[in-house]
Design a protein around this ligand. Structure first.
Ligand SMILES: C[S@@+](CC[C@H](N)C(=O)[O-])C[C@H]1O[C@@H](n2cnc3c(N)ncnc32)[C@H](O)[C@@H]1O
Length: 217
């Protein structure tokens, strides 16, 4: 098995078997832009604890930690091979005092003692099967959120983990959704969309956009 690494500042994030795409969920393309966006919107601010939802190997989350956007990090996913490489990164760079990693179906197994002021995510971005990637079509786990059940459940439960001044940034794909797709679930949870915009790093396969979400009141 090839082990591949992505260098982020002073650490290398293990991304494992990148070539079979197991861990290639897009974080490797958008991490720099994600860091720059949050830094631009919150200059001179360091978040206390960042959670990466649907983290896979944790590229986005480790970027936020390594480039100083957040002091500590929490990662969760339900795919153990990705979590294994996420743990490897934590152990190689002795980040155990700053990083917690949970195997969790959505938010189900995360203790409510976890409290975050920054939540980021590049979750599955399509509500059904797509042929976008051809016959080698990726594992549906990476891109399909059937009928948006994962998103709905995330919005319905995130508030208990989100500090009142907390911000959520999601990267979504314009081929699969628009901001309005999620707005009803966001608002039903007592949250609101505060800003959104196009992602610059969109490539021929995916047109990303980002949404910022916060408490409605
Ligand atoms: C598009 S990939 C993104 C991975 C990583 N965040 C990145 O940016 O490279 C989506 C991720 O969502 C995870 N996922 C899908 N359904 C999930 C669920 N029910 N609970 C937790 N994680 C889930 C997949 O295992 C996969 O790692």
């Amino acid at each position: 098995m090839n082990t591949d690494y992505l260098t982020l500042g002073n650490i290398e994030v293990t991304v494992g078997t990148v070539r079979n795409e197991q861990n290639q969920g897009g974080g490797e393309i958008i991490y720099q832009e994600a860091v720059d966006l949050v830094k631009t919107l919150y200059p001179n601010h360091q978040f206390e604890r960042c959670f990466e939802w649907c983290a896979g190997p944790g590229i986005l989350g480790y970027s936020m930690l390594e480039f100083g956007v957040a002091k500590t990090l929490c990662l969760a996913d339900y795919f153990e091979p990705s979590l294994r490489v996420a743990r490897e990164t934590m152990e190689r760079f002795n980040l155990q005092d700053k990083v917690s990693i949970y195997n969790s179906n959505n938010l189900d197994s995360i203790p409510e003692t976890e409290q975050w002021d920054l939540v980021i995510g590049n979750p599955p971005q399509f509500p059904g099967l797509i042929q976008l990637w051809g016959p080698n079509a990726r594992d549906t786990r990476l891109y399909m959120d059937k009928d948006w059940e994962l998103h709905k459940n995330f919005f319905a439960n995130i508030k208990k983990f989100l500090k009142p001044n907390g911000k959520i940034f999601l990267w979504e794909c314009a081929w699969g959704s628009a901001v309005g797709t999620f707005k009803p679930y966001i608002e039903a949870a007592g949250l609101k969309v505060s800003r959104f915009g196009n992602a610059n790093n969109s490539n021929y396969m995916e047109i990303w956009y980002w949404i910022e979400i916060e408490y409605a009141d």
